[in-house]
Design a protein around this ligand. Structure first.
Ligand code: DC
Length: 660
């Protein structure tokens, strides 16, 4: 997951390959609650691990459910329809509507002393229609803030089940879903009827609810979409084990990707024609826009068909979440696209109609909007503007706008707060980068004399930007270590043998750790000896050549921080930013001294300074890859700067090169 303040996507050229998507949010949270309401244990396979499911899981734990994790499999030991705990419980629901609404209903029917809260946005998302319905049933619910909105306080109910329960269906289908999942708890003796008032929106989500209820032993009878009857004698039964299919809404981004790019196409695994999720019908919408899609039971294959895409006019009520993806696809169309019947967007994670309109306009598009519709005009080549996309703590806004990086003008796209995708798809950008290719992956090179702090600076910058990090010195250190272990002399007599070792280094970088084959050599390559050996092997031209391909392989999306000697001159000469970091020998000696003392080595400042000066002289004058700044490098003397100040300076230089 990218936890950076922003993530810059360089212009993407195409995408090809297969992605395995995480489990569906809607199915995951329903299955968790249903498993919790059952008696006995349910093993849930391929559960989505995201903010929203964590919210649900922690609430279930608070209620006394058993929750045992084993990778993406979770075993839930249910409550059997009763809360054993008598103490007051306070639940934090984050911004998870799929947890807030159904839990409110289930808790209100079971009764207890419960408070449900969320993030500020959750307190702006309506729940009044559900509370009204539950109150008709005899549930006791109070508003702790604004009337009609969370936070809520729930106490013991006096259930009155004679009359049909009425619930509005035109604000959020989650209200009906919540009742459908809670009321089987009260239907042992008598049938319970729910009448939907107003046109029911997002019917496919109700279908998911009904299909899952059936798996848990509840056969709801329905009359059209206006009356639902939970039969007398209903009783939750665990299916024992259940699989969560991949998220069809998440699939929409990769379906769009396949429709946008030339090449072999994109394969989406984990969801296909057999899906019970309504958003699978995004496939039809994408086909209308020109995508070529074939479906297997559990997979989709997407290729670009019509190009430009075809603008459409579509009632999106059946695919409310996935339809956001159409808004960005519309930028690549031949005529305006109108998305209709999307009023529910206004009460989602953010006001999604306003958000999509605002951000599409930032990209240069003309957008019209109404209370329940959105019209996006395409962006022809030459009209795209580089934009910093605000994401409103809305995962779908972030994921949708990543698709803008395929624009014809090759302008980059900045996604603010990229970690908001964690709501449903924590590794979304990783998945995108695994199939997408950029016109050019940006590289920032940092070089400088030994002990100038370039490693620290480069690593910090990489962290701030979410970029990969190449510590090229480590590769020479590894080569020196591998050659020493192989008993080779570290000089020209073994040049070819060492070069061969360098070409086939079984190296793996894992966070701070460096592995050589099965050995963790993180410490071994950091010794002064290892540095000396690296210096020796790095002077052998064949060794330098042998490491070129390995160094190039680090240049991956979204970008690279490359630290080391010839990064800007030989390895990445086209890097858009090269920094040559210097500091006085006295300062560098002081820093190295502190470092070594803290590690328990006894050295004198004077000898260190003399060593550094000698090494500078040798490094600058050596014939192979001498220490010298690239011609177009910006020089940064950090003698008097803190690490933060150095990081800020380089970030400022980098920002100056961005079109945002
Ligand atoms: O940066 P460092 O101390 O880990 O580098 C170890 C040695 O490798 C040092 O003597 C410089 C050399 N080196 C090189 O020649 N080319 C690079 N790209 C990186 C390091």
């Amino acid at each position: 997951m990218y936890a950076t303040a922003f993530l810059d996507l360089p212009a993407l050229s195409h995408a090809t390959g297969a992605v395995l998507l995480p489990g569906s949010k809607s199915i995951s949270n329903r299955v968790l609650l249903l498993s919790a309401l059952c008696e006995g244990t349910t093993t849930v396979h391929d559960l989505l691990d995201s903010d929203d499911t964590r919210v649900m899981l922690s609430a279930l734990r608070q209620l006394g459910c058993g929750v045992a994790h084993n990778g993406t499999t979770v075993t839930i030991t249910g409550l059997g329809g009763r809360v054993q705990k008598t103490e007051a419980l306070e639940f934090f629901m984050g911004n998870a509507g799929t947890a807030m609404r159904p839990l409110t209903a289930a808790l209100a029917v079971m009764g207890g002393d419960f408070t449900l809260k969320g993030v500020p946005r959750m307190h702006e998302r309506p729940i009044g229609d559900l509370v009204d319905a539950l109150r008709l049933l005899g549930c006791h619910i109070d508003y702790l803030g604004n009337e009609g909105y969370p936070p809520l306080r729930i106490s013991k109910p006096h259930l009155v089940l004679e009359a049909p329960i009425q619930v509005r269906g035109d604000v959020s289908s989650q209200f009906l879903t919540a009742l459908l999942m809670a009321l089987p708890l009260a239907a042992a003796q008598r049938a319970i009827t729910i009448d939907v008032v107003g046109e029911l929106i997002s019917k496919p989500y109700i279908e998911i609810t009904l299909k899952l209820l059936a798996r848990y032993g509840i056969a709801v009878q329905r009359e059209g979409w206006s009356r639902f009857v939970i039969p007398a004698g209903s009783h939750y039964r665990s299916p024992g084990s259940i699989h969560v299919e991949a998220d069809a809404s998440s699939a929409s981004y990769f379906i769009a990707l396949g429709a946008l790019t030339q090449g072999q196409g994109i394969t989406v695994q984990g969801v296909g024609a057999d899906s019970i999720q309504g958003d699978i019908r995004f496939v039809e919408a994408a086909q209308l826009m020109g995508a070529r899609i074939t479906s297997d039971a559990n997979a989709l294959h997407i290729q670009r068909g019509a190009w430009p895409l075809k603008g459409i006019d579509l009632d999106c009520n059946h695919i409310p979440d996935a339809a956001m993806t159409l808004a960005v696809m519309a930028l690549y169309a031949d005529r305006p696209t109108t998305l209709r019947n999307i009023a529910s967007w206004r009460v989602k994670e953010t006001d999604r109609i306003a958000a999509m309109a605002t951000e599409c306009r930032k990209l240069g598009a003309t957008v019209e909007e109404g209370p329940d519709w959105l019209r996006i005009h395409p962006l022809p080549a030459g009209a795209w503007r580089a934009a910093s996309i605000h994401t409103y703590d809305d995962h779908r806004v972030a994921m949708c706008f990543s698709l803008a990086a395929f624009n014809a003008d090759q302008v980059p796209v900045r996604i603010e707060d990229p970690k908001c995708v964690a709501k449903t798809f924590p590794d979304y950008f990783e998945a995108l980068f695994s199939v997408a290719e950029a016109h050019s992956v940006p590289v920032i090179c940092i070089d400088g004399p030994t002990a100038s702090g370039k490693g620290t600076l480069a690593a910090r910058l990489a962290q701030t930007l979410g970029y990969h990090y190449l510590d090229s010195g480590a590769l020479y250190r590894l080569t020196g270590l591998a050659a020493t272990r192989a008993g080779l002399p570290l000089d020209a007599s073994a040049e070819q043998a060492i070069a061969h070792l360098a070409r086939t280094l079984p190296v793996r970088f894992q966070g701070e750790q460096v592995w050589l084959g099965d050995d963790d050599v993180s410490e071994a390559i950091r010794t002064e000896d290892a540095g000396m050996n690296a210096s020796r092997v790095s002077a052998l031209p064949a060794v330098r050549t042998a490491l070129v391909a390995l160094q190039h392989s680090f240049r991956q999306l979204p970008g690279l921080l490359a630290d080391g000697r010839d990064m800007g001159t030989v390895i990445f000469p086209d890097a858009p930013l090269k920094v040559f970091l210097t500091a006085s020998a006295a300062k560098r000696a002081e820093r190295r001294h502190k470092q070594l003392i803290s590690k328990g080595f006894s050295v004198t400042l004077d000898s260190l300074r003399a060593d550094l000066e000698a090494r500078d002289a040798r490094d600058s004058s050596r014939s192979v890859a001498p220490l010298k700044p690239a011609q177009d490098a910006l020089s940064l003397d950090n003698s008097e700067l803190s690490i933060e100040e150095s990081v800020d300076q380089v970030l400022a230089w980098w920002q100056r090169k961005q079109p945002f």
